[in-house]
Design a protein around this ligand. Structure first.
Ligand code: FAD
Length: 458
């Protein structure tokens, strides 16, 4: 068998290579770190699967947390990232946190020791050679410029999306519709052709002033050297707008015009925060124009000051950093192959997933899909009822037509919904406030059943 080539030995590339080798197919990892003078702006070592920032894989609760479910699915599929995380755990409550150096060393050693894995330290500075008939590009958010440009020219896109700021995303079922209402500005059609596509949260003057104070006083993330990117016009963080004048937001993303509060039609709101549907299922809404560099810890507190969002649960918080990713819904098929050049598969953050675990999960799938293809037994991606399948669905088509594709952590809003159960397995009534939790457990059980069936059929 000729080898499959993996570009990038990060979270996704290491996992992809492991899955390929475990399937009995030879694999070559091409990693540029380790070449003298070649580096990224965030990595500090030559180790494979280096964690560039936090040391946490987040919650390990598979029953009630979507990333915990992703852990469980990956463990079931023999993930090297999860196995290496598990043996290098550090105490972190319900989260899976790891000793980052020991973790990277374990992954590196296990890959080097595998007889079917070769690691070459080199930068792939353009399209991979034509004789490489199966390639997984897992070069991450800091893909080297030469490779990024080559992919760009191939994709026919104007630019690889340059991700400078993100706005928070809220779970729809945590919005208080006794306060918020649905209406598009001037009743114009929103994304999806819906004239009531937006959710509106009204503020009076006192609420607005208190909110501006909280924004100005809240702790902000500091820029590191690698974050030295200019702000894009029309994409300024809200705190930067507020610093320019207390009224700026009221004339920008929080302008109250063209909207009527059905509960108080004669009273004009002083300011209005709008949320826009974010996924095809309608389970997630993003806060329009609310890109922010408030520290994550402060965001939930400040944004819960917005009437209607007082109990908001966030599927993703806002942030500001450099991030190169593909417009995957346009460019990739459900096999994660580039439609314009199917010998190239993509995995990791570059596909538009967000996070260590999500990156590794897409690497796992890309590795399995590529190995199956090489072995002449092509495989479909698992159904969207699984966390891994839901991620693939998000990056290859689950977002709303007409909306800008944005990276996403795994969350239950990406999986097809279930009605919250009213009684438990023993027939006992579940109290109202516990039903959301019970629903997550049912969705997790459904996902693991589905994954097992997929694994069995593979
Ligand atoms: P990476 O892990 O970055 O791996 C890509 C690899 O490809 C790198 O080793 C790179 O050297 C190599 N490479 C690039 N170009 C080439 C080339 N042309 N030839 C050969 N090799 C190449 N996620 C979290 O869950 N928690 C966090 O705390 C977190 N912090 C982050 C901080 C920063 C600064 C950034 C940029 C991202 C952060 N992320 C975080 C997001 C994401 O989870 C990580 O970036 C994650 O490492 C992505 O995995 P990956 O495999 O896609 O890319």
């Amino acid at each position: 068998l000729s080898p499959i080539h993996v570009i990038g030995g990060g979270l996704a590339g290491s996992e992809a290579a492991w899955q390929i080798a475990q399937a009995g197919v030879p694999v070559v990892i091409h990693e540029m770190r380790g070449v003298p003078g070649v580096k990224t702006d965030a990595h500090h070592t030559d180790g494979l699967a280096e964690l560039v920032c936090s040391n946490s894989f987040r919650s390990d609760d598979w029953e009630h947390n979507a990333v915990g479910l992703l852990h469980a699915e990956m463990r079931a599929l023999g993930s090297i990232i999860m196995a290496s995380g598990d043996v290098n755990q550090v105490p972190a409550g319900g989260a899976l946190a790891v000793d980052r150096e020991a973790f990277s060393r374990t992954v590196t050693d296990r890959l080097h020791a595998h007889p079917l894995v070769t690691v070459v330290r080199e930068e792939i500075a353009g399209l991979p050679p034509e004789e490489w008939d199966s390639v997984i590009v897992a070069s991450g958010p800091l893909t080297s410029p030469a490779l990024a440009e080559a992919i760009l020219s191939l994709s026919g896109e104007e630019a690889l999306s340059f991700f400078d700021a993100i706005a928070p995303i809220v779970h729809a079922d945590s919005i208080d519709f006794d306060i918020a209402w649905r209406q598009s500005r001037y009743d114009k059609e929103g994304p999806g052709g819906d004239a009531a596509a937006y959710v509106n949260c009204p503020m009076d003057k006192a609420q607005y002033e208190a909110f501006i104070d909280a924004l100005l006083d809240g702790p902000k993330a500091e820029f590191k050297e690698w974050e030295n990117v200019p702000y894009f016009d029309g994409c300024l963080p809200i705190e930067v707008m507020a610093e320019r004048g207390r009224e700026t937001l009221r004339h920008g993303p929080m302008k109250p015009v063209g909207l009527t509060n059905p509960r108080d039609p004669l009273v004009k709101s002083y300011a209005i925060v709008q949320l826009r549907q974010d996924n095809a299922l309608g389970t997630l809404f993003n806060m329009v124009g609310f890109q922010t560099k408030l520290k994550h810890g402060a965001q939930a507190e400040v944004f819960r000051m917005i009437p209607g969002l007082q109990n908001a649960q966030f599927a993703r918080l806002g942030g500001l950093h450099r991030n190169t990713y593909l417009n995957s819904p346009q460019l990739l098929d459900r096999q994660l192959r580039m439609k314009a050049m199917p010998r190239l598969r993509f995995a990791g953050q570059v596909t538009g997933v967000e996070g260590y675990v999500e990156s590794a999960a897409t690497g796992l799938l890309a590795g399995r899909l590529a190995a199956a293809e090489r072995l002449g037994k092509p495989l479909d991606a698992p159904a969207a009822h699984t966390a891994i399948g839901a991620l693939v669905e998000h990056i290859t088509g689950g977002h709303l037509t007409g909306s800008k594709f944005q990276p996403m952590n795994i969350n239950y809003g990406l999986l097809p919904p279930l009605d919250a159960p009213k009684i438990d397995e023993a027939g006992v009534k579940i109290p109202l406030k516990e039903r959301g939790r019970a629903k997550k457990r049912l969705m997790s059980l459904r996902a693991l059943r589905e994954l097992e069936a997929w694994r069995g059929a593979a």
